[in-house]
Design a protein around this ligand. Structure first.
Ligand SMILES: [Zn+2]
Length: 277
C-alpha cells in the first residue's frame, strides 16, 4: 500500500512546484493531483523539471505582476495593483499609451491622473541599469545589470560574449539572451533610451556597515562585504563609533545589536533590501 502526498506551492512567478513522497505500508491512500491548468487564466501548464509554467503571455495574473514589478522597480508612484486593474492595463505598452483623460475618468480624479502622467514621464529617463531588472527576466536583477553596464553601452550590444565578459553565469546569460530574442521586440518601442548609465565611483560612502550574527542572504560575510563595497558602502568588522548601519539578519540580539540600538544606529534585517536587490 502506498500513500502519496503532493505539496503544491504557487509562487509569485506563477510557477507551481510540486513534490511528492510516498510512505510504504500506510493503509490509507490520498492523492492530490498536480494542477494541469493555470489557476488564473486556465491555460494548460507546461511541466519543466517538475515546475509548472503558465505560458500564456496574456495571463492576467502574470501581466499584473509584470506591470507591478515594473512600476516598483522604476519607482512609479500611483501604479499599484488597484490602479492597474482600474486602468485595465494588459501590457507595458498599455502603461505608456494611456492618456490623462482616460486615467482621470478611470480613477475619478484629475489630480491623480496628472500625478501619474508626471510619474510615467519621469520614469522614461531610467537608464538600462534600472530598466533591465524591471522586466522580470529570470535571474536578471540589479547586480547583473550593473555588471553589464560596465562592459556594454546599450541593449544592442548585449550578446553571449558580453554577458560572459561582464561575469554573468551560464544560466543568467541564457535567460537574458532568450528574453532579448523572444520578449524584447515587444518592449523595444517603449519610450526609453535602453542605454546603460556608466557606473560612477562613489565619491562618498553611503554609510559604514557592520554585520552581526549569521547571514541569510549570503553564504559568507566575505561575500556580503564585497557586495556592500560594490554598492558604495564601507565595511566595518567591529561595532566602532562611526558605524551607521548594522546588518542583523539572524533576528537574534547580539552584543553588537544592543550597542547599535543604544547608539541609535540603523538596524537592517535584510541586506538585499539595503542594497536594493
Ligand atoms: Zn495563466
Amino acid at each position: 500500500m502506498i500513500a502519496t502526498y503532493e505539496k503544491i506551492n504557487l509562487d509569485n512567478n506563477l510557477k507551481i512546484a510540486y513534490n511528492s513522497f510516498s510512505i510504504i505500508g500506510e493503509s490509507s491512500m490520498t492523492t492530490i493531483e498536480a494542477p494541469t491548468n493555470c489557476p488564473s487564466c486556465s491555460s494548460v501548464l507546461e511541466d519543466v523539471n517538475f515546475l509548472l509554467y503558465c505560458r500564456n503571455e496574456y495571463c492576467g495574473s502574470k501581466v499584473e505582476k509584470l506591470i507591478q514589478h515594473f512600476a516598483t522597480s522604476l519607482k512609479i508612484k500611483g501604479l499599484g495593483p488597484a490602479t492597474i486593474a482600474k486602468l485595465e492595463l494588459s501590457s507595458l505598452d498599455d502603461v505608456y499609451q494611456i492618456n490623462e483623460e482616460e486615467v482621470a475618468k478611470a480613477l475619478s480624479s484629475e489630480r491623480l491622473a496628472e500625478k501619474l502622467m508626471l510619474e510615467l514621464e519621469r520614469s522614461t529617463s531610467a537608464p538600462l541599469n534600472v530598466l533591465l531588472p524591471a522586466f522580470s527576466i529570470p535571474l536578471i536583477g540589479k547586480t547583473a545589470a550593473e555588471k553589464l553596464s560596465k562592459v556594454c553601452n546599450d541593449i544592442e550590444e548585449i550578446d553571449y560574449d558580453m554577458c560572459r565578459t561582464a561575469g554573468l553565469g551560464e544560466k543568467s546569460t541564457a535567460s537574458l539572451l532568450t528574453w532579448l530574442e523572444d520578449e524584447y521586440p515587444f518592449v523595444s518601442g517603449l519610450p526609453f533610451s535602453f542605454k546603460f548609465e556608466k557606473p560612477k565611483q562613489p565619491s562618498t560612502s553611503l554609510g559604514k556597515v557592520c554585520i552581526t550574527g549569521k547571514l541569510v542572504s549570503y553564504k559568507t560575510k566575505a561575500e556580503a562585504h564585497s557586495v556592500l563595497k560594490e554598492h558604495g558602502y564601507e565595511v566595518k568588522t567591529s561595532m566602532t563609533k562611526d558605524v551607521t548601519i548594522l546588518v542583523n539578519e539572524s533576528g537574534i540580539d547580539t552584543a553588537k545589536t544592543n550597542k547599535a540600538r543604544d547608539a541609535g544606529v540603523i538596524i537592517v534585517t535584510n541586506l538585499n533590501e539595503l542594497i536594493g536587490e
